[in-house]
Design a protein around this ligand. Sequence first.
Ligand code: FES
Ligand SMILES: [Fe+2]
Length: 438
Amino acid sequence: MTASSVAHAAARAPEHDARTLIADRVAGQSLPAPFYVSRDFFDLDVDEIFSKSWLFVATEAEIAEPGDYVTITFSTRSVIVARDDDGRVRAHHNVCRHRGARLLTDPSGSTGTFVCTYHSWTYGMDGRLEFADAQAPGFDRSCYSLRSVHVRSIAGLVFICLADDPPADIDEVAAIVEPYLAPHRLAEAKVAKQTDLIEDGNWKLTMENNRECYHCDGHPELLNVFFPTWGYSDTGSIPSRLGPVYDRYRRVTSEQVEIWDRHDLPHSRIEQLDTRPTGFHVEREALDLAGESFTLDGSAACGRLLTDIGEARLGRLSMHLQPNMWLHVTSDHALVFSVIPIAADKTLVRTTWLVHRNAVEGVDYDLDHLTGVWETTNQQDADLVALAQSGISSPAYVPGPYGPSEFQVEAFVNWYVTMLRRRLDIPTTGTASDAASA
Ligand code: FES
Ligand SMILES: [Fe+2]
């Protein structure tokens, strides 16, 4: 970053001595309270994390036709993601080039042009200014296109980056994860349902909560099919009460590997969560019971499978991407999550259920059956995040230790702190490793 942006960022966060807290972060522990509760850190997160990383913002299914758009808004930023007349996915800043009015105020819609409410400047889906009434002679419309935002789709998942120079490793990450995602044909899917849940917690608590299954006793419905041994890396650390489940997990996994291999589906775990700017994790895992879907008995909830593979028992493909997404894909549907910060203690969790585009509600699937387990799970997670935010807001809070099964929480926090150190030019004085490479 430039010297002036370092100075600007530092000047904004003197209250809690943010630079010292970032430099001193101790590996293996939850973060000090200001990271989760202060406005200074919220602004830092918006400026240094959410404005400089690749963000997952939509599925292509949400903008299936030319003219379809969604808007993504956080803090003072707002971005239009749209499909243009040629079918390309575009992203523009949602700011009129006349006198700056916000162009679109709806979260989604379909239109032929973007018309500014203020003085009717009108833009094409590609961002070019098409109409500006009563301008002086010589006015050159071509100079006033909407400011574009970097955008790219990975197997039907749309990512944007607001930085002038986005992290270049997105190409490497895409090359790794696309073979996992492509068989599920997400780009051709349709949205069965989308929910917006506002969690009463900092966005990092939302991400941290998703990175471990230590709390999974709080998800009795999900645990019908989700193995609660997730996150334990060796048998020695698995609690004895989970021993029988772990034995079943290993047996089911070996059966599942045979099926994946038979269909040439990549399934190895690849984990680069804090070793690159676009940190990620991808793998396939078995599901319990019927092993097909996130239902109470594990059987597929949609009769029309997403894939062309005529096999319902595919377990789940899971992927995490720093800083704001995770997904699960089963044979019959995909569940895609995005996390958008609203305030230091408020976070939007958007969940999108995708099914085959020709699947018919009421015929191929019952919507409540398809979404029930995760709608319940999402609310349970929201309640846990709110509990964490409440406790951390108390002056009595001090950081506590992560256990072995919380290694992905540590990886997320390490990635986050490493990005702040790098982007704010803060030397490391704590014990966390500064591992992410440029
Ligand atoms: S601010 Fe948009 S037309 Fe004037
Ligand atoms: Fe959870």
